[in-house]
Design a protein around this ligand. Structure first.
Ligand code: ADP
Ligand code: MG
Length: 512
């Protein structure tokens, strides 16, 4: 396995920065301290050895001088004593004295020194001058053997001590470095990892609380900035979503209302069609029934009086049919928005007069008096004249025909307090309208009794049940509304208002 592969494996197996750091730190410290201690030991060995060697050389030189005299006299006893004294010196394992030709004359050994390893031998000539002042002549040699085992032992001991000290230092250094490493690298990275794994608390984006000017500090600052941006984006998103939800709710409600309105309109239309077909069928049945009877029953044709009566019934039915069709067409036109109102300012008095005059015959037949009360003959309104006439005609006609006999019907018109509108009131002292009738005003074909009956009093149709619907629609188009006050047995008061002049916006549009 190559070194690189081994390193890769080491990298993979050591998943914690703290552990890897400790391992690398220990390794580096171990290498460093080993080199240092070995270098120191070597240095000491060299230094101490050299010093010892020097001392040893001096010592041997000195001893060779001491020995010279004894050797000259060949005093063996003295030689032995001196050699023994030499050997007794620390580190010296053996000493030998030879003559100038190398033959041993005396020797001593240090029995305590076990082996002969690491031994250094020093040879010195032993010289003596025959007479003082003469050049000394070599008479023999001193050979001393020295061992530095003790120095090595001492070095070993001190190296072991240093190693122990280095181990203590390593542990201390490891502790401090590990602490610093944990505080500056491991803890912030763990905090950052926790924040990345759980980036939000509730709706808030989490920040990592860490400030340092190193790379990790920069990384955490960038992360916090990213969180802030995310937070802003999320807030905007939430706001947009809320707005959207609100809009969807509004739109859904509008849609539901539109659907409801459409359904209601559809129901109204179906009801209208059902009612209309019923209303049309009644006079049609009468017409076809009576005419068939006249054709089949011979005796009816011979009785002149009866014949006239039946023909009268046919005419009555066709007239009713006619007014029914007219009213339905009017109503349809108004509802479809095809009725083109042409508002103008006109005087009320002449129109009201016309209406009352046209109903005079009917009123007289009922012995009913119709009174007109117009506050000011110069009173004018801004409205469609034809529609206005139709409204008045319907209301006064209703009062005359539905109220009863011998009534007083009053049509009045007065300026409202603010002077911007004219209030019209049609009042009668007739039979009044029931509650349900009042509530149903505006719905077509609503009447308190069967409309298709021939009134004995007026010899007229009782109406189509569409008059008030037409009035309501016409007033809606003129932005007015009917106000109905009616009490059974006491009478009915129906009123509405119309503007005196065009609205400011209308005037502006004409000006533009
Ligand atoms: N002044 C009134 N007094 C009593 N009943 C009235 C009066 N005006 C209207 N009504 C009632 O309201 C119903 C609806 O009137 P309207 O829509 O004009 O239809 P029509 O006159 O064709 O019957 C009438 O059939 C009648 O029963
Ligand atoms: Mg009517």
């Amino acid at each position: 396995m190559s070194v690189l592969e081994q390193f890769a494996r080491f990298n993979r197996s050591t998943t914690s920065i703290q552990r890897r750091f400790s391992l690398l730190f220990s390794l580096a410290f171990f290498l460093f301290s080993s080199v240092f201690i070995a270098g120191f030991a070597w240095f000491k060995y060299e230094n101490e050895g050299a010093r010892k060697m020097e001392r040893f050389n001096d010592f041997v030189t000195a001893q060779s001088n001491v020995l010279a005299d004894s050797l000259w006299h060949l005093d063996h006893d003295r030689l032995d004593v001196i050699l023994k004294a030499i050997v007794a010196e620390q580190g010296i394992v053996g000493a030998t004295v030879t003559d100038e030709f190398g033959a041993t004359l005396a020797f001593a050994e240090d029995g305590e020194n076990p082996d002969g390893s690491a031994q250094i031998s020093v040879m010195r000539d032993i010289a003596i001058a025959a007479t003082p002042g003469e050049k000394p002549a070599v008479i023999g040699k001193l050979n001393v053997t020295y061992t530095n085992v003790e120095l090595i032992d001492e070095l070993r001991r001190s190296t072991i001590l240093e190693m122990g000290f280095a181990a203590v230092l390593l542990l201390g250094g490891l502790g401090i470095a590990g602490f610093v490493n944990r505080r500056t690298i491991v803890t912030p990275i763990r905090n950052l990892a926790a924040a990345v794994n759980n980036p939000r608390r509730g709706h808030e984006r989490v920040r990592v609380d860490w400030e340092a000017k190193d790379e990790i500090g920069t990384l955490i600052e960038a992360f916090n900035r990213m969180q802030e941006i995310e937070q802003l984006g999320e807030a905007k998103l939430t706001e947009a979503r809320d707005r959207l939800e609100e809009r969807v709710r509004e739109r859904t409600a509008e849609l539901a209302k539109a659907v409801e309105d459409a359904e209601q309109a559809n129901r109204t239309k179906s009801d209208f069609l059902a009612s209309m077909s019923h209303e049309l069928r009644t006079p049609l049945n009468a017409i076809s029934g009576i005419s068939e009877m006249l054709m089949v029953v011979d005796s009816l044709r011979t009785d002149q009086a009866k014949l006239i009566e039946y023909l009268g019934d046919i005419r009555f039915s066709s007239q009713h049919l006619n007014s029914l069709v007219d009213d339905v067409l009017d109503l349809a036109k108004i509802e479809a928005g095809h009725l083109e109102l042409e508002p103008e300012i006109f005087l009320i008095a002449p129109v009201a007069g016309d209406v009352v005059k046209s109903l005079m015959v009917t009123a007289e037949r009922q012995s009913t008096t119709v009174k007109t009360e117009i506050g000011d003959t110069a009173l004018a309104v801004f409205a469609d004249k034809r529609a206005f006439r139709q409204i008045l005609l319907n209301l006064v006609n209703n009062a005359i025909r539905h109220g009863g006999r011998n009534l007083l019907v009053t049509l009045s018109a007065h300026l409202t307090a603010d002077g911007e509108k004219v209030r019209f009131t049609v009042e009668d002292n007739g039979q009044g309208m029931p509650e349900e009738m009042i509530r149903a005003i505006g719905q077509p074909f609503i009447h308190s009794h069967t409309p298709y009956i021939r009134s004995a009093a007026t010899e007229d149709t009782q109406g189509t049940g569409l008059g008030l619907s037409i009035v309501t629609e016409l007033l809606k188009a003129s932005e007015g509304a009917l106000e109905v006050n009616s009490e059974i047995g006491k009478g009915t008061t129906i009123s509405f208002t119309l503007p005196v002049t065009p609205k400011v916006t209308d005037r502006q549009t004409t000006l533009n």
